[in-house]
Ligand binder design. Sequence first.
Ligand SMILES: [Zn+2]
Length: 544
Amino acid sequence: MSPVSFPVRRTIGALAAAATLLSVAGAMARTDEAVDVIIRGGTIYDGGEGEPFVGDVAIRGDRIVHVGRLGRYTAARVIDAKGMIVAPGFIDPHTHADSFLRSPDKAVRVNAAWLHQGVSTVMIGVDGNGTPDVAADSGKLAASGIGTNIVPFVGFGPVRQRVLGQDARAPSAAELDAMKALVAKGMCEGAVGLSTGLFYAPQSFAATSEVVAVAREAAIRGGLYDTHQRDESSYSIGLLGSVQEAIDIGRQAGMPVHFAHLKALGVDVHGQAGAVIAAIDAARKAGIDVTADQYPWLASGSSLDASLLPRWAVDGGGAALLKRLDDPAALARIRAEMQDNLRRRGGASALLLIAGGFPWTGKTLEQVATEWKLDSRDAALRIIRQGIMAPGQKGGGTAVASFNMAQADVDLLMQQPWMVTSSDGSDGHPRMFATFPEKYVHYVRERKVISLATFIRQSTGRTADIYKLDRRGYLRPGYFADVVVLDPAGYAPRADYVRPRELSVGVQSLFVNGALALDDGRTMGAAAGRALLRPRPAGCAAGD
Ligand SMILES: [Zn+2]
């Protein structure tokens, strides 16, 4: 027997079976197969690399059962999608949607800000913030009734805090083992990977080798390394040094690397997008799976503390910071370093205070400093101080939109074959309510930075591939019925920096797991979102 005869026979057998299936399908079509929903006559972008085509999508239960020209199907509901775009529900790989998803109010938990953009799945626990208690937390969220699917990360922040608190020191061997066990627990409970936010204290206190050691626990369980990298600017190791650190972490831990909200932040690194791309392309050529997401805005969202304070000043947390601010020598050092951080970010006029409900809401740091007759650093410190004293409100009022990106860098990064769309949606910044239509209107339609097909691919199938989502991100028979129908002429953002909480428009219908979550531009109250947990990976002990 030649080595090929068995596969050949198998192929012939498979062809015969396929022929039988085809004739069965034909017979069923002749007798009017019943489905729940038919989306008829839309221009279908199926999430893949292929050309769009006009056709129908049939949904039964929570699944897609047919994509293409339909025969004689009957459906309880037919949506006329002529002239509309029909695509997989969008996937947002970097969100801070928790404030909605964890609301006691079910009407808030439907996550309308994302539904109105056509988003059906959001990642949570990003920037290193995800709890290691993945099963309990995600299970509770899903059971409470949420409008979008969630994909959780286990985060380096809670892991390090549980073991080391806010301390700026290296862990002992036993402490490192404790951190590794927490990451393993999160992965065994279904996390998609390890997220880090090495820019933020206390995660910033971790050496590269420490991150590699804990990331390996995610790597051996099939997870990816998702990072708000250590430096997007010129704060510490510099943008290019930071990109290289993340790539090194992926190589040493043996796992894919994903850059969250990739950007060149601040005047010192404007124009470095090309060098970032070269580093990523070189790593990919060397066999490391490196990808990134990006939001289509020139301002980032952050806090005054994270933007302006040196990291040593916050070692030990808020109380320790207050002590230093009361020590004239320490204060002088802090103010000196703040001056450079202000310059890096484009000055006090480039920082817009966006936390709602404060006397300074909607003003730039420069305007507030002028009103208070203070140096802008001292105005910032006054706001930071009151945030520590009254931490109840979101961020204590320190949230800022920081206008620090160059258009040419944003455009160039967007055009890369490993880039996907994310919102980084957080309170006060319009990106939470408007990222996907903002990108469609300003980057696809008006400025033609990318094509419509690329925009949809960057918001669906490519994202699902990066995170290995099971039967999501594509319109294919057997896949889960996350489907968006949107009006190409009307799909548009309404939110801006002044009014960041305006719902986007132009999504006609959105299905989440086959349930109609949004129809005729209105949310339907469906809370059909699920926790998309990874199946238990190999390398998990029975008790894990
Ligand atoms: Zn981030």
